[in-house]
Design a protein around this ligand. Sequence first.
Ligand code: ZN
Ligand code: ZN
Ligand code: ZN
Length: 383
Amino acid sequence: IISKRIYQSGELIFEEQPLVLAQFEWNKLYKYSACEYCLYPLESCEQNVRRLCQDTSIVIQHPECDPNQTISQRIVRCRQCNEMYCSTKCHQQAMTNYHSILCQSTENEKKDQLIRHIIDLWRSAHPPPETTSITLVLKLMAMLKNSNNRLLLLQELQKFSQGVQSENQKFYHKLLRKEFQSQVEQLRYALEQFNEQYMQISEFKWFLTSDGFRQLLALLGRNQQGIGTSSLAIWVKNCENLSKTQETTAAAAGAAGSDISQFIDAIYTKIDDVSGEFIDCEGSGLFKLQSCLNHSCDANAEIQYLHNNSTLSVVTTRLISPNEEITINYLSECDRNRSRHSRQKLLQENYLFLCQCNRCVSEASEPDETSEEEESENEMDED
Ligand SMILES: [Zn+2]
Ligand SMILES: [Zn+2]
Ligand SMILES: [Zn+2]
């Protein structure tokens, strides 16, 4: 995607909704409670912090900074299976798109069991940190089943397979490595059963052949975009804004501001002790426009979730000139600082391409060394 005009640093370029999204299965199992349709967090900040710290005595300062204070009264539940939604609108959308089929309503005990079996298989093959979810496939199948224009939906899905097919020969997605072979086959078989017994979508049959399923997983692995939402993060942001205004309006309030930041620091330290890096409600989705953005190790834009749900925003990180390509960094925050060799290896395993961005090219003379961190990880793997 090429920029047509000047963008200032921090400017919003576009926003979009995912074609399909799903919360990660372990994240859900561990009660990171979020709207099943849009991933909006369904805990108040206090509930969120108490759970992450495993301490029910914590009382949040400045509750007025928490827009989710009364969220528990607003939650809409599916009457059949108790699944939770942030609004009637999300519940209805989910019902229309896929939930009427995937609902664990006990109406069809065997179908429910098969769905649970597929999710269990996935969880055992893909422990945290999670990158994507088999629920995306289940939802896509249900969406196809419910759709009155299957061809259009399939075409949209096919667009994500660009780059997967041709380059698949050279690089294999890490989900498809030898050690997962039998688990991948079990999953494929279970999904094939699901299609034959309950869905009968002839257009999806190919994806459930050995080749088709490998390509489907590569497509998901390569295109999925992580989504994170959090009641705590919003409260922290509002508290920080509050202390900023206080500091500027009253001299004495400076002390109040630092009280809040001490309180926030203490919370994060405790969460780190008890829950580690797993703070957010997490999931992943397929986004049509975002998936057209190329990677650069020196990107000029980034993904943000400004609405604390699955609406994705692309925001510039520096000034962008007309005719400049808009790029994002596919790597996680900490992987971005690794050596060229390590970055290229990660990108090959996860996104199936060899990065030749400006930064990689300018670092081409550096030896093919992995970052120190990664070396120690590899050593641990070998043990
Ligand atoms: Zn929602
Ligand atoms: Zn339901
Ligand atoms: Zn690069």
